[in-house]
Design a protein around this ligand. Structure first.
Ligand SMILES: Nc1ncnc2c1ncn2[C@@H]1O[C@H](COP(=O)(O)OP(=O)(O)OP(=O)(O)O)[C@@H](O)[C@H]1O
Ligand SMILES: [Mg+2]
Length: 263
């Protein structure tokens, strides 16, 4: 059975994209077939994977490049299969583009607009063990589509001041999606990201997170690691950029924890 996971937190910069890319790559390294789906108009996941960008194009950004993307899928003009880019062994990608920022408005009047992604994935999902969706830092239509299509959710939180700010609202949204569109949706786990082991505050905050969420928190903690922040500018996953760095080990451990079936 394909697992469809939405990586979501409306708070910005908590490690959603880094987790999507490197968890996906860790699972692919373990021999799982993985599709990474970029649902964010910022297209950070797309650039991080060096997809849709020609060599030497990094300074230019990818805004001007036309390629089939998640926007076309939401608009109904392309199938998922038409947008899939084969990235590397076991790892496929559906890129996004800046046009996605208009989707919320453009689809405003469309009946069933929250279910477009779910329907679009049905034809292709059996080709994969995991489909992982990188959500934008907002709880708008794009995130609702991701939640309606997913069977589980990973919530990255940063072990910093205000880590849990907005989490109640996120859990309420998940409950609403569950009752209206997607009864099987569940929170797989809360993932502590960008954890600076040298900071006392980080330890205190991660204790608070564990008290609040209990067993729902992954044992794996993604520690702050410079290589994880550097890899995107090379268009590489951590396993391609620095496979022996701690960041690679952390994401391997997360993949193992998910594969163990405990979550
Ligand atoms: N464990 C880590 N160690 C060091 N840097 C990290 C780590 N995780 C993420 N980063 C860096 O922190 C920044 C934010 O991470 P990321 O883009 O994954 O967050 P996000 O939640 O997807 O952000 P947004 O809400 O804007 O989509 C990025 O520059 C990323 O490279
Ligand atoms: Mg992101």
């Amino acid at each position: 059975m394909t697992k469809i996971i939405a990586i979501i937190n409306q708070k910005g910069g908590v490690g959603k994209t880094t987790t999507t890319v490197n968890l996906g790559a860790a699972l692919a390294e373990k021999g799982k077939k993985v599709l990474l789906f970029d649902m964010d108009a910022q297209s950070n996941m797309t650039t991080h994977l060096g997809v849709g960008v020609q060599e030497g194009d990094f300074q230019e950004g990818i805004e001007d490049v036309e390629y089939p993307s998640s926007y076309d899928i939401l608009k109904g003009s392309k199938t998922v299969a038409e947008c899939v880019v084969h990235r590397s062994k076991n790892l496929d990608v559906v890129p996004s583009s800046l046009s996605l920022s208009a989707a919320d408005l453009e689809l405003g009047g469309v009946v069933g607009r929250e279910l477009i992604l779910k329907r679009a994935l049905t034809n292709i999902q059996d080709n994969y063990d995991y489909i992982i969706i990188d959500c934008p830092p907002a709880l708008g239509l794009l995130s609702l589509n991701a939640l309606a299509a997913a069977d589980s959710v990973i919530i990255p939180v940063q072990s910093e001041y205000l880590a849990l700010h907005g989490v109640r609202q996120l859990l309420d949204t998940i409950e609403q999606v569950k009752s209206v569109f997607n009864p099987v949706l569940r929170v797989m786990g809360v993932l502590i990201c960008l954890h600076d082991i040298r900071k006392k505050l980080a330890r205190a905050v991660s204790d608070t997170i564990r008290t609040y969420f209990g067993d729902l928190v992954f044992e794996t903690v993604i520690k702050t690691n410079v290589a994880l922040a550097e890899a995107p500018s090379d268009g590489k996953t951590i396993f391609e950029y620095a496979p022996r760095e701690r960041g690679a080990d952390d994401y391997r451990e997360l993949a193992n924890e998910i594969e163990s079936g405990k979550f």
